[in-house]
Write a protein that binds this ligand. Structure first.
Ligand code: C5P
Length: 212
């Protein structure tokens, strides 16, 4: 079983995807972390984020088993990831590596959950189940502000809202694999749902697909 989970930044797709992987005993890859790892490598080397050749070299050196580093989780690296993610030559390399991860899991007799922006449309168009997790941008900013500062309003909220709007615009507007739901994706709007409710709804979709 291959589950594709896509959606915009801070939609809760990562939390949901991880939980689905644990629940169904599947391998898990956060593909956003692969773009983040490339961005961090370029930033650490002082290389411009539009240097396609350097980005492709960095992508070849990523260890897919070591993407947990806290340095990859920062807002700056997320912003950098969104900038390198517009490079088509980088996407080609990372998509191949992400497909390889799913193939390896299948070879080991295990399915996989991959989350990102283009899993259902480009990376794994034949996935058994496709989920597109979204929420209104104000709600995503509120949740992120609460998580980072303990407060859901004020300057941090305003800053996060502006950052999410600009990341959404870049992720949806780029020429190469823009963020959009696959035609056969199940859309889950979590604006008015908590994490448990979203997980429950997602398992219903997956269980139905398994029973079909
Ligand atoms: O999901 P996360 O915030 O970690 O992703 C960082 C950035 O990487 C996104 O804003 C997006 O531009 C890019 N990305 C992508 N395709 C994916 C996963 C992430 O373009 N499959």
């Amino acid at each position: 079983m291959i589950i594709a989970v896509d959606g915009p930044a801070a939609s809760g797709k990562g939390t949901l995807a991880k939980r689905l992987a644990t629940h169904y005993g599947l391998a898990y890859l956060d593909t956003g972390r692969t773009y983040r790892a490339v961005a961090l490598a370029l930033m650490e080397d002082g290389v411009a984020l539009d240097d396609g050749e350097a980005a492709v070299r960095a992508a070849g050196a990523i260890d897919l088993g070591a993407l947990e580093a806290p340095a990859l989780a920062t807002a700056e690296v997320g912003e950098g990831a969104s900038q390198v993610a517009v490079l088509p030559e980088l996407r080609t390399v990372l998509v191949a590596r992400q497909q390889g991860f799913a193939r390896e899991a299948a070879r080991a007799g295990r399915g996989a959950v991959l989350d990102g922006r283009d899993i259902g449309t480009v990376v794994l168009p034949d996935a058994s189940v496709k989920l597109f997790i979204t929420a209104e941008v104000e709600e995503r900013a509120r949740r992120r502000a609460l998580e980072l500062t303990g407060s859901e309003a004020g300057p941090a909220y305003e800053r996060l809202l502006a950052a999410l709007r600009s990341r959404d615009a870049r992720d949806c507007g780029r020429a190469s694999s823009p963020l959009r739901p696959a035609a056969d994706a199940h859309i889950l709007d979590t604006t008015h749902l908590d994490a448990d409710a979203a997980f429950w709804l997602a398992t219903r979709v997956v269980d139905e697909a398994l029973a079909a």
